[in-house]
Ligand binder design. Structure first.
Ligand code: GLY
Length: 257
């Protein structure tokens, strides 16, 4: 799938007050903003027009816009994020998304879905059941996707405490290939795909994004970068240390469509 557009949200001054389980320390907002600016620059270099939403200090996790929507070619769905502190992030993203996709579907209570749990591989969606995405939300999402001609299957990641979201441990590269952390759950239905396994020391790098002709990966994980390079991908390594500190990564920082 080719992307022409991305929606991002600048980290606010309250960013460090967001949710995290990381022991990496408190993020530095100046560095986070510089890393975010580099991320936007990289998206533009991949051929994507970037719509940048202003920070909203009420929502420290608001920069992780991916959790607020699921966007495919034939349907766009506004989620209901699983953390109560994040529900208020949705209206601003929905308003921005409506400029591009006027007909939005929606996950309703008691369902909850974080976009980080949703991994699209061509016409199929793997939906992670996590601390954020519940069974009801997953069922609603699968039903909406089915109405638009997509298939979906569920992957329970709740026993994998190191993964906030399904995509914390898995990235669809295209070409029927996944990058997957060695310790991440193996969803049923992976047999037709080639798996590029990431060793435990580089597990964080399993969260990356394919954007048109490029693969964006976190800087500091040379074995994965070298492997992707060997496979012929144009790899761009981006420093995301300040997002890792808040359990975030490359995919969480944008909605791409
Ligand atoms: N800090 C990102 C999240 O927990 O949702």
């Amino acid at each position: 799938m080719r992307f022409s557009t991305a929606i991002v949200r600048v980290p606010g001054l309250s960013y460090a007050d967001g949710l995290t389980t990381s022991a990496e320390g408190r993020p530095d907002i100046g560095r986070a903003r510089a890393q975010h600016a580099d991320y936007c620059k990289a998206l533009r270099a991949c051929g994507v027009q970037v719509t940048q939403l202003p920070a909203d200090e009420r929502f420290p996790d608001g920069t992780f816009v991916e959790d607020t929507a699921v966007i495919a070619e034939r349907v766009a769905i506004i989620t209901r994020p699983g953390a109560a502190s994040r529900e208020g992030e949705v209206p601003a993203v929905a308003a921005a998304l409506r400029q591009f996709r006027p007909a939005l579907e929606q996950i309703e209570s008691p369902g909850s879905v974080d976009g980080g749990d949703i991994c699209q591989a061509e016409e199929h969606f793997f939906i992670g059941i996590s601390a954020r995405t519940n069974q009801d939300g997953a069922a609603q999402l699968a039903a909406i996707l089915a109405r638009h001609g997509y298939t979906a299957s569920l992957v329970d990641i709740r026993a994998h405490r190191s993964l906030l979201h399904l995509k914390s441990g898995i990235t669809y590269l295209g070409e029927r290939r996944f990058v997957i952390a060695r310790d991440a759950p193996r969803p049923a239905g992976l047999a037709p795909y080639e798996l590029i396994e990431v060793d435990t020391a580089e597990a964080y790098a399993a969260n990356g994004i394919r954007v048109n002709d490029f693969v964006l990966v976190a800087a500091g994980f040379p074995r994965l970068a070298a492997r992707l390079d060997e496979l012929g991908y144009a790899v761009r390594c981006l420093e995301v240390s300040e997002f890792r500190k808040m359990d975030g990564g490359l995919s969480c920082l944008s909605l791409r469509f």
